[in-house]
Design a protein around this ligand. Structure first.
Ligand code: KG4
Ligand code: ZN
Length: 358
């Protein structure tokens, strides 16, 4: 089964062609990603209107290249998948409408993929991880702990009550005058900083539910920075190191709570899986390894290019859904907000959603 995937929910214009077989990992035939990071850098964050326009300008070309690199035509693929949300609505409309047009003209099924579902299923593309597994998704827009039980069967065990982890890194970087996106810069500064110079809070510590809260940490950091301003280079490094240490401790504590809930409800997970840009952080990865080890499971982190937003994950999720006969009508709506738990799947009670048999 070969599927084209289109991703336009944030600041990456991406398209990919992926092949799925009934067993084993998938095969990425092409994976084209155009980052808009330079267009947004001056604003310290993604500007929705600029993003939508940039998607319009680039998408046709990106899809053409993905198809050419894969050696496929619209006649020789089995379906067209697009991220239909959640995300910045202008961009989502661009990607989904394009996918609808291709599906209509080529008479191929359309699969409207939830962007978070695509992150959640990526470890099956790379490593054929069997269900169920525990997903830690940490990006600029999302922080979630999810029990992935099957295609379309996701239970959110924890989420952030305020800022996403990547957002906290980005805001810290902005406050300290570092560039955007902030995560990599804060991590770099932290390498030469003192992680115990500033005593920052560990929000939600010890709570039995698996939720996160990051905004208090960000405020505490700002107050510490204001106390000692003007900042020297060493101050900036120490603030970054103290901030990152706090995030690492929070991730350890919150994921411990999440994994405990997972085990109680579903038994041991087949893997702890990390996805999203924050999973690139080495200090956070270290703590994820420790968590997997102490929980008697393995850590699976897809390569960075598949951890951050990309078309291959959309194509793969589309293929997984198509294999279950889960396709969508051409009038399916784009969604700015779309919780993973609202994604429909292949469970018997949901068969009314089936429109096509595989
Ligand atoms: O998944 P992603 O590429 O895009 C979405 O947000 O969907 O994640 C980007 C986020 C940004 O907030 C960025 O600062 C953060 O991931 N990030 C990192 C690192 N690399 C990227 N955060 C911490 N450490 C990093 N090395
Ligand atoms: Zn994402």
């Amino acid at each position: 089964m070969v599927v084209l995937g289109i991703e336009t929910t944030c600041d990456e214009t991406a398209a990919a062609v992926v092949e799925r077989h009934d067993a084993g990992p998938g095969k990425i035939l092409s994976n084209i990603i155009l980052s808009q990071v330079n267009e947004h850098a001056a604003f310290g964050g993604v500007v929705p209107e600029i993003a939508a326009r940039a998607h319009v300008e680039a998408l046709d070309r990106i899809i053409g290249k993905a198809m050419a690199d894969a050696g496929k035509t619209f006649d020789t693929i089995d379906g067209i998948a697009a991220a239909a949300g959640p995300g910045l609505i202008g961009g989502v409309i661009v990607g989904l409408t394009t996918a609808k047009a291709i599906a209509l003209v080529s008479a191929k099924p359309l699969i409207a993929v939830n962007h978070l579902e695509a992150h959640a299923l990526t470890p099956r593309l790379t490593d054929a991880v069997p269900f169920p597994y525990c997903l830690f998704l940490a990006s600029g827009g999302h922080t979630q702990i999810v029990a992935v039980r099957g295609v379309g069967d996701y239970v959110r065990l924890g989420t952030t009550l305020d800022d996403a982890i990547g957002e906290a890194f980005d805001k810290t970087a902005k406050l300290l005058g570092l560039g955007y996106p902030g995560g990599p810069q804060v991590e770099q500064e932290a390498l030469r900083g003192n992680p115990v110079r500033f005593l920052l809070p560990r929000p939600m510590h010890g709570r039995p539910e698996a939720d996160f809260s990051l905004s208090g940490l960000k405020t505490a950091l700002r107050l510490e920075a204001e106390k000692i301003a003007p900042l020297t280079d060493q101050d900036v490094a120490d603030l970054c190191a103290s901030f990152q240490q706090s995030v690492v401790d929070v991730v350890l504590d919150r994921l411990r709570a999440g994994l405990k809930i997972f085990r109680e409800r579903y038994g041991p997970p087949n893997a702890l899986v990390a996805a999203g840009g924050v999973a690139a952080n080495q200090a956070i990865r270290k703590v994820l390894h420790r968590l997997a080890f102490e929980g008697g499971t393995v850590l699976v982190v897809p390569p960075p290019i598949l951890c951050t937003d990309n078309g291959a994950m959309i194509a793969w999720a589309g293929a997984e859904r198509l294999a279950h006969g889960l396709v969508d009508p051409l009038d399916v709506a784009p969604r700015a907000r779309w919780s993973l738990e609202d994604v429909t799947g292949a469970r018997p009670e949901q068969h009314s959603y089936l429109r096509m048999k595989s």
